[in-house]
Design a protein around this ligand. Structure first.
Ligand SMILES: CC(C)(COP(=O)(O)OP(=O)(O)OC[C@H]1O[C@@H](n2cnc3c(N)ncnc32)[C@H](O)[C@@H]1OP(=O)(O)O)[C@@H](O)C(=O)NCCC(=O)NCCS
Length: 135
């Protein structure tokens, strides 16, 4: 939790996360449940990368990964890939069988990470999305 402020700054600045909704209490609750999948990358004391994941919370069969981000100044140094590999290690340790991640088709760096040697693939699936804020 000592990294909350820096993680928030990274997610707000680089991923456009809504700062109003990203509160210390919500983050603490998520870390309590899913801390093994919440990872930061640091250079010295500075948080330069983050990834989060959660599991289905009941059977531990499915995992979901998201909010992968690396500070612009530190990209292309293998930090993103290492965060993903370590997060997957957390899922394996927890007995999770499969992990899902949503990646934009045009996100080259992200696709290189997930579809490269780590081996994610779309198979017969595609992602569906619906905002619940619209009427
Ligand atoms: C996606 C992101 C996390 C990658 O982090 P990173 O630390 O730069 O990634 P890595 O250094 O591990 O590089 C992964 C691969 O992408 C390549 N790469 C990195 N930046 C790239 C770029 N701008 N264009 C093309 N390829 C790129 C690397 O060369 C490497 O390729 P390799 O397979 O040949 O080794 C980072 O670009 C980022 O934060 N983007 C904005 C947020 C985002 O899109 N998150 C992903 C949501 S799923």
């Amino acid at each position: 939790m000592e990294d909350f402020r820096q993680v928030k700054e990274l997610l707000v600045n680089e991923l456009g996360v809504d700062p109003e909704n990203f509160t210390r209490d919500k983050f603490a609750a998520a870390v309590e449940y899913f801390g093994r999948y919440y990872l930061v990358a640091k250079v010295g004391e500075r948080v330069v990368g983050f990834v989060s994941g959660f599991d289905d919370g009941v059977g531990l069969f499915h995992g979901y990964m998201g909010r992968l981000v690396v500070d612009k100044e530190f990209r292309n140094n293998g930090i993103g890939r290492e965060l993903v590999e370590r997060c997957l290690g957390g899922f394996k340790d927890a007995g999770v069988n499969s992990v899902i991640v949503g990646v934009r088709r045009d996100n080259v760096a992200s696709r290189r990470i997930f579809e490269g040697k780590i081996g994610f693939n779309g198979g017969d699936y595609f992602l569906l999305y619906k905002s619940l804020r619209e009427q």
